[in-house]
Design a protein around this ligand. Structure first.
Ligand SMILES: [Zn+2]
Length: 325
């Protein structure tokens, strides 16, 4: 992990490994400070706090969660007594998608030889994902601490004269997707509507919404964007991701029309330049999302997470690349 100063008042802590759960955090260092997203486990959250504490005067009393996924909210409990701000959908969604007990079970299962063998036979992708997560993360002690201040479409803060705009843009990657714009500093904290140099993983939402959100990011004319995952960027990061999503959607349409399953489509589709990004086999999820739209499935149709990890595993195997999430 490393801390970077992004502008006069804005800072970021970045997880350079850039695999699943390696989420970034932000700090707007005005009026006592606002922390954006709190990392995937307590050791990472403590390290983030230690890094930011080099520039702040005290622990901030405000936290923003950009959405409901565990890798952005599992350090919330370390901000004792803080206001936690998020879109109104987030508390309920967190109970479903960010239950730390579920992921803890996966990590502990991978510790035990027998459980590991059974899992490997039944769900090789789940075993591989669990093993990868266990290399970097330990969910012991994580408790779900839900947001306390909820908003609908927009929420504004004034930090000693510096305006901060929270803009709801979901559902594009997840239901609660929110971006944080600091106009005076020309900075946007994008959460997971922007993945950089790693393959996006989207859960609930539509391509159309995601494109709209990326257009909005361009309109805001930021100088620096802090993505949810990956290194800092400017508008070029948005342009690249838009091109990726467009490419996958177009290719998926052809495969769909030819009667291929989403798994076969992902196995056959060329990675193109995006093969350089981290975890390119996560392509499967983007193909499956396109298929869901072509089939007119509801945007909130649930994912079989074991089946999804296994499908990514199979795509990586078919392509002859390392299995990585
Ligand atoms: Zn994330």
């Amino acid at each position: 992990m490393e801390m970077k100063q992004v502008s006069e008042n804005c800072f970021a802590v970045l997880n350079e490994k850039n695999r699943v759960c390696d989420a970034n955090s932000g700090l707007i260092n005005r009026a006592g400070g606002v922390v954006i997203d709190t990392q995937s486990d307590l050791p990472h959250a403590r390290k983030m706090i230690e890094m930011f504490s080099k520039v702040w005067t005290a622990m901030p009393k405000r936290v923003v969660n950009t959405h409901e996924d565990g890798d952005h909210v599992w350090g919330n409990q370390l901000f004792d007594g803080a206001e936690i701000i998020a879109h109104k959908s987030v508390p309920e969604r967190m109970r479903h998608v960010a239950n730390p007990a579920e992921t803890r079970k996966l990590l502990h299962g991978v510790d035990h030889l027998l459980a590991r063998l059974v899992l490997k036979m039944l769900h090789p992708g789940v075993a591989a994902a669990g093993q990868q997560l266990a290399e970097d993360y330990n969910l012991d002690g994580v408790e779900l601490v839900l947001p306390t201040v909820l908003f609908d479409t927009r929420y504004e803060l004034n930090l000693d004269g510096t305006e901060v705009h929270l803009i709801y843009v979901g559902p594009c990657h997840q239901v609660g997707d929110t971006i944080i714009h600091v106009p005076k500093d020309r900075v946007v904290f994008a959460g997971d509507v922007l993945f950089r140099q790693c393959t996006p993983m989207g859960w609930t939402g539509s391509y159309q919404k995601w494109f709209q959100c990326l257009d909005l990011l361009v309109e805001l004319e930021p100088e620096v964007i802090v993505p949810g995952h990956g290194p800092l960027c400017g508008i070029e990061g948005v342009t690249e991701m838009r091109a990726y999503l467009q490419y996958v959607r177009d290719e998926s349409r052809k495969c769909f029309d030819n009667g291929l399953t989403s798994l076969d489509a992902a196995k056959r589709m060329e990675f193109g330049p995006y093969g350089e990004w981290r975890a390119p086999a996560r392509l499967y999820m983007n193909v499956e999302r396109a298929y869901r739209e072509f089939r007119n499935d509801p945007a909130d149709a649930p994912w079989d997470s074991a089946g999804t990890f296994d499908a990514i595993y199979q795509v990586a195997r078919a392509k002859g690349i390392d299995v990585e999430y």
